[in-house]
Design a protein. Sequence first.
Length: 233
Amino acid sequence: MASPFPLGEHHYSHRIGWLRATVLGANDGILSTASLMIGVASAAASTGAILTAGLAGLVAGAMSMAAGEYVSVSSQADTEQADLEIERAALRDHPEAELVELAHIYMNRGVEKDTAYEVARQLTEKDALEAHARDELGINEIVAARPIQAAVSSALSFSVGAVLPLLAAVFSPADLVTPVVAGVSLLALVLLGMASAKAGGAGKFKAIVRIVFWGAAAMLVTGLIGAAFGTVV
């Protein structure tokens, strides 16, 4: 018997949780570290000061990304859990009303009344809370908040991204730190845009343009500020 599902069908939504955190971390690692080093270099600082600033930016940024992601995603998880507790109490105290509510959700999506009630009844018998979480609250396994995963992904990806401009500065001639760091960082952003687009099933050109535009703008602004003030900040 032939399968009712298309063969080879592939989706990307299951990657949302880690992909967002990873791309954000890597982009921030490359961009913030490179911008910081370019700003310091533009202020006529020594190579040692530039590398120290970059290393400090890597450590502080990775910790900040991990803490920020954990706190923000934990808040999302707490809200989801609170909604599930409310729904659990409603199912316990008003099961018939919840059944009607679920059926009306399916009816509003175009399912005929009798079919909607039958679907609602069967899903309620199987797992009422799961059905309401998915179809009423929009909470499911794919998009559920995972604080630890988000924190670890962000910290690791930030560190990997930040290492690239640091290495560029280490191996660059002292008088070419700014253009070398900028060039390596922009190339890294291009590759990141390509990789994120491929992982998320999006168009590569748009992803590359937006990530490179904002990266170049940030490095340009910090470089101008460093040159204008002429001090290490």
